[in-house]
Write a protein that binds this ligand. Structure first.
Ligand code: HEM
Length: 385
C-alpha cells in the first residue's frame, strides 16, 4: 500500500488523531486556508510546547514565528539570501555534481542517495554559509542527528518521553551551534563574501540580526534545506524509474526537467507535513476546532487531492498548471525553493547526460525515510546498464 506515502488518504479532509491529540488536515482547500491565515493558524508553538521554546532556540527560528516579527526577520534574511546569490551558485553546483558522480564512473551499480543526493545539498549549504569545505563531514554528522527522530509530534507526553528525546537532540546539536557561533563572531570582525557575513551585516530600518539569530537561522537552513533536497533528488529519479515512457520524454526534451521536478515534488512531497496552532475556535472541513489545538497539515495528501488535481496519482512531467504545496504557501513559503529547484535541475541534467540508462534493481530495492514529517528515499541503488 502506498497510503503512508501520501499521508493517510482523506476520507474526511480534517480529522482528530486520538493517539497524539492533534488534528490531521488532508484536503487541499483546507491546507490553503490554513497556510494563508497566520492570524487564526499560528506557527508559534510556545503556548502548546512551553518547554521547547526558550530564547536560545526561538531567536531567529523563522519557521516558528508569526508576523509582524516574522516579516522583520524574513526581510532581513532575504537581503542576505537573494535569488542572485542562488543563481550565481549554478556553475559550482554543476561542478560538485560532476565531481561526486566521477566517484561512481564505470560502476555497474551505485546508491544515488549516498553518492549524490545526500552529499550535494549539505556541501552546497556549507559552502553557501562559508564554512570550510574541510568541515563537510561535521555537517553531515549534524544533519544526520536532525533526522533520527521517527516519532510524530504528540500532545500526549505524560511520561515526558518526547521532551527527553527533544532535550537529547538539543544536547547533541550544541557543538554545531557553538561552531556556527564562532564563525558568525569571526565574520562580524572580518566580513567575507559568504552568507554568514551577509547575515551578520544585513540591516533593515537600522536593525541587525544578533549572533544568536544568525546561528539559529543557519541551523534552520541546514534543517530545512538538506534532507528535503536529498529526497527531492531521490524521489525524482524514482518517479522517472517508475514511468519509463515519461522518462524517455524528459530525456528527449530537457525543457521538461523543471516541470518533472515540480511533478515529483507534488507526487512525493519531501516536507510531508507542516504544523500550525489555532488561536481561536475555527471551523474547518466541517469540524469545529477549539483554540490552542495543533493541526498537522499534510502537504503530501493535499497534493493528491482529487478536488484539485486531475488524476492525482499519475506522474505527468508536463503537468500545467501544477499549484502543488510542496514548498508551503503564504508568509512561510520556502525561502530555499529557488536553490532546491536549481540543485534539482542541475543534478537531473547531469545524471541524464552521464547515464544513458539508469534503473532500479529488483534484487536491491530502495528503502524509505521513516519520519512521518519527511517523505522520500533513504537509499536508492541504481544499475547503470
Ligand atoms: C520553509 C519545503 C528546501 C529553507 C519551508 C516550508 C516548506 C519547505 C513546506 C514551509 C514550512 C511552514 O510553512 O511551516 C522545502 C522542500 C525543499 C526545501 C520540499 C526541497 C525540495 C529548502 C532549502 C532551503 C530551505 C534548500 C535553504 C537552503 C527554508 C527556510 C524556510 C523554509 C529558511 C522558512 C521560511 C519562513 O518561515 O519564512 N520549506 N524546502 N528550504 N525553507 Fe524549505
Amino acid at each position: 500500500s502506498q497510503s503512508w506515502l501520501h499521508g493517510r488518504q482523506p476520507e474526511h479532509p480534517v480529522s482528530f488523531d486520538e493517539e497524539h491529540g492533534t488534528w490531521d488536515v488532508y484536503g487541499y482547500a483546507e491546507a490553503v486556508e490554513i497556510l494563508g491565515d497566520h492570524k487564526r493558524f499560528s506557527s508559534d508553538f510556545s503556548t502548546v510546547f512551553p518547554g521547547m521554546a526558550d530564547e536560545s532556540q526561538s531567536a531567529g527560528n523563522i519557521l516558528q514565528m508569526d508576523p509582524p516579527d516574522h516579516r522583520k526577520l524574513r526581510t532581513l534574511v532575504s537581503h542576505a539570501f537573494t535569488p542572485k546569490m542562488v543563481a550565481d551558485l549554478e556553475p559550482r553546483i554543476a561542478e560538485l555534481t560532476g565531481e561526486l558522480l566521477d566517484n561512481v564512473a564505470g560502476r555497474d551499480e551505485f546508491d544515488l542517495v549516498t553518492e549524490l543526493a545526500y552529499p550535494l545539498p549539505v556541501i552546497v549549504i556549507a559552502e553557501l554559509l562559508g564554512v570550510p569545505g574541510s568541515d563537510r563531514e561535521l555537517f553531515r554528522k549534524w544533519a544526520d542527528l536532525l533526522f533520527t527522530d521517527p516519532e510524530p509530534l504528540s500532545l500526549n507526553d505524560e511520561d515526558g518521553e518526547q521532551m527527553r528525546r527533544f532535550e537529547k537532540q538539543q544536547e547533541e546539536l550544541q557543538p554545531m551551534l557553538d561552531y556556527l557561533h564562532a564563525h558568525a563572531a569571526e565574520r562580524r570582525r572580518h566580513p567575507r563574501e559568504d552568507l554568514l557575513s551577509k547575515l551578520v551585516q544585513a540591516e533593515v530600518d537600522g536593525e541587525q540580526l544578533t549572533d544568536l539569530q544568525v546561528v539559529n537561522f543557519a541551523n534552520i537552513l541546514l534543517l530545512a534545506g538538506h534532507i528535503t533536497t536529498t529526497m527531492l533528488l531521490g524521489n525524482t529519479v524514482l518517479c522517472l524509474d517508475g514511468n519509463p515512457d515519461q522518462a524517455e520524454r524528459v530525456r528527449a526534451d530537457r525543457r521538461l526537467v523543471p516541470s518533472a521536478i515540480e511533478e515529483s515534488l507534488r507526487l512525493l512531497s519531501p516536507f510531508a507535513q507542516v504544523a500550525r496552532v489555532t488561536t481561536i475556535e475555527v471551523e474547518l472541513g466541517g469540524r469545529k476546532i477549539p483554540p490552542n489545538q495543533v493541526l498537522m497539515v499534510w502537504l503530501s495528501a493535499a497534493n493528491h487531492d482529487v478536488r484539485q488535481f486531475d488524476r492525482p496519482d499519475v506522474f505527468d512531467p508536463a503537468r500545467d498548471p501544477n499549484p502543488h504545496l510542496a514548498f508551503g504557501r503564504g508568509v512561510h513559503f520556502c525561502l530555499g525553493a529557488p536553490l532546491a529547484r536549481l540543485e534539482g535541475r542541475i543534478a537531473m541534467n547531469v545524471l541524464l547526460d552521464r547515464f544513458p540508462t539508469l534503473r532500479t534493481d529488483p534484487a536491491n530495492p530502495p528503502s524509505f525515510m521513516v519520519a512521518p514529517s519527511t517523505l522520500g528515499v533513504r537509499h536508492l541503488p541504481l544499475r547503470t546498464q
